[in-house]
Design a protein around this ligand. Structure first.
Ligand SMILES: C[S@@+](CC[C@H](N)C(=O)[O-])C[C@H]1O[C@@H](n2cnc3c(N)ncnc32)[C@H](O)[C@@H]1O
Length: 234
């Protein structure tokens, strides 16, 4: 993407009524103003909220918001030029049940209140395949899941779609080590009975991995609030 194109998207993002770009930093005090108030002050309804973390262009948020008018959707990513796609499409379609939040996933506890979110989608996150010390950057690590416990309702659902074997196996270990209720484990999604509905929707990255014939995997599990999460052993 050219620098000019990026700057154009950044400028447009500033004008979108459903794009929020709070200036949050590590250790900074205070929360985002809509924390705990998304339903009352932005969506103006009491419908459940689904959050897509590392949403990229926001394909899942846009498609689900379009299909399910009785629920609200928020795409979260740090890259504004990517989110512009979903924000611009949903604005053009006149959708009122979707928003985009440009921030680091690490800051989501500053952006969502207790029990405010019912479901989380994570599609094709970076697998962080480096040394063990980098595993804590995985969006399904015990560290990140403990962030989600702050705002995901008790036993709320977490969905992971990935092409990466290591991330898939690692996430299963996190689930097993912490006794999280595993609802679906599809090691080859396209050949499983679960390959219907939204799961057939392909994100930008999924299409790229399809070209390399990578096997797509899917996990769906519950996250209780009262579990003190730990990392799996080696
Ligand atoms: C591999 S891309 C996948 C994008 C999209 N979900 C898809 O499937 O096409 C990973 C995305 O996660 C975002 N991301 C990674 N770590 C993040 C973090 N800690 N906070 C916010 N966004 C993050 C990146 O900016 C990127 O857009």
């Amino acid at each position: 993407m050219s620098q000019k194109n990026k700057l154009f998207k950044f400028a447009q993002n500033e004008t979108f009524p459903h794009m929020f770009q709070p200036k949050l930093m590590y250790g900074s005090p205070g929360d985002f103003e809509l924390k705990g108030r998304w339903k009352s002050d932005f969506f103006h309804n009491e419908n459940p909220i689904t959050v897509e973390l590392g949403c990229g262009k926001g394909e899942y948020s846009v498609a689900m918001a379009n299909e399910i008018p009785t629920a609200n959707f928020i795409g979260v990513d740090i890259k504004g030029a990517r989110m512009w796609r979903g924000a611009s499409d949903s604005l053009e379609m006149g959708m009122k049940n979707i928003a985009f939040l440009r921030t680091r996933v690490e800051f989501t506890p500053k952006c969502f209140g207790k029990d405010e979110v019912s479901e989380i989608w994570i599609t094709f996150p970076d697998p962080h395949l480096g040394a063990k010390s980098t595993h804590k950057k995985r969006l399904t690590s015990s560290r990140f899941l403990s962030y989600y416990q702050n705002f995901l309702e008790d036993n709320g659902i977490v969905n992971l779609k990935t092409d990466d074997d290591t991330l898939y196996e690692y996430t299963k270990q996190v689930i097993a080590r912490n006794n999280l209720p595993l609802l679906i484990d599809a090691s080859n999604l396209y050949e499983s009975e679960h390959y219907t509905g939204f799961l057939t929707l392909k994100t930008h990255y999924e299409k790229m991995w399809n070209k390399e014939n990578r096997t797509i995997k899917y996990l769906r599990f519950r996250l209780p609030q009262n579990v003190i999460l730990v990392e799996p052993e080696e």
